[in-house]
Design a protein around this ligand. Structure first.
Ligand code: MG
Ligand code: FE
Length: 169
C-alpha cells in the first residue's frame, strides 16, 4: 500500500510532466501565431512562467525524493501525459487554440489545487507556498484566455472574410 509520501511524490512528478507538456504546447502555439500579437505576447509570458514553474516543482521533488529514479519516472510520465492530451494545442487555428489553452490551464488549476491539499496533509509548508504561487499564475492565464476569446474570435472572423488574408493563425 502506498503511503502518504508515495502519493505526494507521484503527484509531484505528474505536475512536473504537466509543466513540460505545457511548455511544448505553448511553444508550438506561439511559434505558429503570426497575426495575433497580443495573444502571442501573453503566451510568451506564460512560457517564461511555465519554465520557472518546472524549476519550482523540481525543487519540491528533490526535497522529497532520495532515489535516483526520479527523472526516469518523469520522462515516462511526460510521454503518458503527452498521449493523453495529445494535440490539444496542435490545431493550426487560433480560436480552437484559445479554447484548448483555456482547457489546459484549468487542468493545471485543478492539479495544483489538489497538490496544495496534499502538501498540507504531509506538512510541506514550502511546497504549499510554491503551489499557491503557481496556482495564481495558472488562474491568471486561464482568465486572460477566456476574457480575450471573444476578441480573438471576432478578429479571426474579420480576417476570414477579407480577401488575401490568412486568418487562422
Ligand atoms: Mg503551469
Ligand atoms: Fe499554465
Amino acid at each position: 500500500m502506498a503511503d502518504l509520501h508515495d502519493n505526494y511524490l507521484d503527484w509531484l512528478r505528474d505536475a512536473h510532466a504537466m509543466e513540460e507538456q505545457a511548455e511544448t504546447m505553448l511553444k508550438g502555439m506561439a511559434g505558429r501565431l503570426e497575426h495575433y500579437p497580443v495573444l502571442e505576447a501573453r503566451i510568451k509570458q506564460h512560457i517564461d512562467e511555465t519554465i520557472e514553474q518546472q524549476r519550482l516543482v523540481k525543487s519540491v521533488i528533490k526535497r522529497y525524493d532520495s532515489s535516483s529514479s526520479t527523472f526516469k519516472d518523469i520522462a515516462g510520465k511526460a510521454a503518458a501525459l503527452g498521449q493523453a492530451m495529445g494535440g490539444i494545442f496542435a490545431s493550426d487555428e487560433v480560436v480552437k487554440g484559445g479554447i484548448s489553452g483555456y482547457t489546459f490551464e484549468n487542468f493545471e488549476i485543478a492539479s495544483y489545487t489538489a497538490l496544495i491539499a496534499a502538501a498540507e496533509a504531509v506538512g510541506d509548508i514550502e511546497g504549499k507556498r510554491i503551489f499557491q504561487q503557481i496556482l495564481e499564475q495558472e488562474k491568471a492565464m486561464a482568465a486572460w484566455l477566456l476574457e480575450h476569446l471573444p476578441e480573438t474570435t471576432q478578429q479571426f472572423l474579420v480576417r476570414s472574410k477579407t480577401p488575401h488574408t490568412v486568418a487562422k493563425k
